[in-house]
Design a binder for this molecule. Structure first.
Ligand code: NAG
Length: 473
């Protein structure tokens, strides 16, 4: 019988793409395996639409390309769920709920695959936690794929302990600091939004997931040993699951996927070609990062006053965020004309991996989504951390205080980042001694990332050993 692995990603871009890239990596180690990737219909939008690349959930084009270029990977769509309870308020809850409602389909699918193949591993996103029960009941070795870093994982695994020791919601604890093994102290206000209120359903989903994860056969993390030494050691030493066993963790990153582009070089890459080496700061905030018109104006003023060269991806403010922005409508009067020798504004979307690896780019103002962070580290671009949602505030703490590869932006009480603050940080990155140190740190990690992925490097060895084990048992 053929050796098979089933991957079960959450349908959002950032989750799905890194898991598919992981599937491709497994095949490099074991080309004889067949990989099935289960695709959930995204309830938030129609996954079958041919929406452009920057739309949060559009992965259609990406899936079609991998499907046609990698024959050992099969995509299997699970049927859409027709009965979604109307009172499910938050997208995070839906992300947990949809897989739950799919459990009967999943059960059937796994049984069918088991009839013709030897199922070596079932690997799921943490949002697909409901599948834990299904896969373990079928005695399939069950793993989690964690789409953020090891420091985030340290907190996640420690969550049941925090739940026992703290009797209030994080959102009611202001800046109280929490000691998590392997991480710097974390202020309550920087805890991920999903776990900030312990009375919610989503908090319970996260808590249960953390408990299951600790009982799984292992956890894959998109990171590499030297980037997060302390967190990885704390987890491996069992400190994050003090009253139980810790499963093995496999740091297999950084997994990077370059954007798929056909045809001509993007206009912003052409512009970068004419800029001096390492001189441009790139501002981009992920497929879900949106700003009000007021915030966009502050950013424009800050960038102009910084005197630095910049490449800025601007999206229309919500609720019409999928519409092409009319820049004159909300940027300061005359801005585009004044900055035309130094700045370049891209509407909606830019090929981020290509931009970051361009020789002219010397800094990155980022929302701290983990994939973006890795993309920058992989090519040695220092960051300014401007977190927006999910676990991004947590990532800012790690990037600024632990890895020291970013400068932290400070937002005001109401969440707004002032023009002065942006100007100051961008200048600091390019003009100060602190900026220089951050630059040198990230270049060091870039070299380490390269080593980690080569034959004999830590990420390569972690996966090679496991693939060998799957083959034998
Ligand atoms: C993948 O490719 C096969 C043919 O090579 C096709 O039948 C199938 O519909 C494709 N699946 C997806 C999800 O694109």
């Amino acid at each position: 019988m053929e050796d098979a692995i089933v991957l079960y990603p959450s349908p959002g871009r950032g989750h799905l793409i890194s898991m598919v890239e992981f599937g491709k990596l497994i095949l490099k180690h074991q080309p004889s395996f067949s990989i099935t990737i289960l695709i959930l219909s995204d309830p938030n939008t129609n996954t079958n639409s041919t929406a452009p690349n920057y739309v949060a959930s559009s992965t259609t084009q990406y899936i079609a390309t991998v499907n046609s270029t990698t024959p050992s990977i099969t995509f299997q769509h699970l049927p859409p769920i027709s009965e979604i309870p109307r009172n499910t308020a938050s997208p995070v809850e839906l992300s947990f709920l949809i897989p739950r409602l799919n459990n009967p389909n999943l059960h059937q699918t796994l049984k069918t695959i088991s009839q013709t193949s030897k199922l070596r591993a079932f690997i799921m996103d943490f949002f697909c936690d409901a599948a834990f029960e299904v896969a373990t009941n079928l005695d399939i070795p069950t793993y989690y794929f964690f789409t953020s870093g090891a420091s985030g994982l340290a907190l996640f695994l420690y969550m049941p302990t925090l739940h026992k020791n703290v009797d209030k919601s994080f959102e009611d604890l202001g800046n109280m600091l929490f000691d998590i093994p392997g991480t710097p102290p974390i202020p309550a206000s920087d805890m991920p939004g999903g776990i900030s209120d312990r009375t919610t359903q989503r908090y319970e989903y996260f808590l249960n997931t953390a408990t299951h994860m600790a009982k799984s056969n292992g956890i894959f993390v998109n990171t590499f040993d030297l980037l997060e030494k302390k967190a990885i050691k704390a987890i491996s030493d069992g400190l994050c699951v003090p009253d139980g066993l810790t499963p093995p963790i496999f740091c297999i990153g950084p997994l990077i996927s370059s954007s798929i582009q056909d045809g001509d070089e993007h206009e912003c890459l052409k512009w970068l070609n004419s800029q001096p080496s390492r001189s441009v700061v790139f501002l981009s905030f992920g497929s879900m990062g949106l700003f009000s018109a007021k915030q966009l104006r502050e950013m424009a003023v800050g960038l102009e006053n910084s005197g630095q060269r910049f490449l800025w991806v601007v999206r229309n403010p919500p609720p019409d965020n999928e519409k092409e922005p009319n820049l004159e409508e909300f940027l300061p009067k005359g801005f585009l004309e004044r900055i035309k020798d130094k700045g370049f504004v891209v509407k909606q979307w830019a090929p981020q991996v290509e931009v970051l690896s361009h020789e002219s780019v010397g800094g990155f103002v980022t929302h701290c989504g983990w994939n973006s962070v890795l993309e920058a580290i992989n090519v040695g671009v220092p960051m300014v951390a401007w977190p927006l949602y999910a676990e991004q505030r947590l990532n800012r703490v790690f990037l600024v205080e632990e890895m020291k590869v970013a400068l932290g932006l400070k937002e005001m009480e109401d969440g707004l980042v002032s023009a002065e603050e942006l100007e100051k940080r961008v200048r600091e990155l390019f003009e100060s001694e602190v900026g220089k140190e951050v630059r040198e740190r990230v270049l060091g990690f870039r070299d380490e990332a390269m080593v980690a992925q080569k034959e004999g490097g830590s990420s390569h060895v972690a996966l090679a050993k496991l693939a060998q084990l799957w083959k034998q048992t």
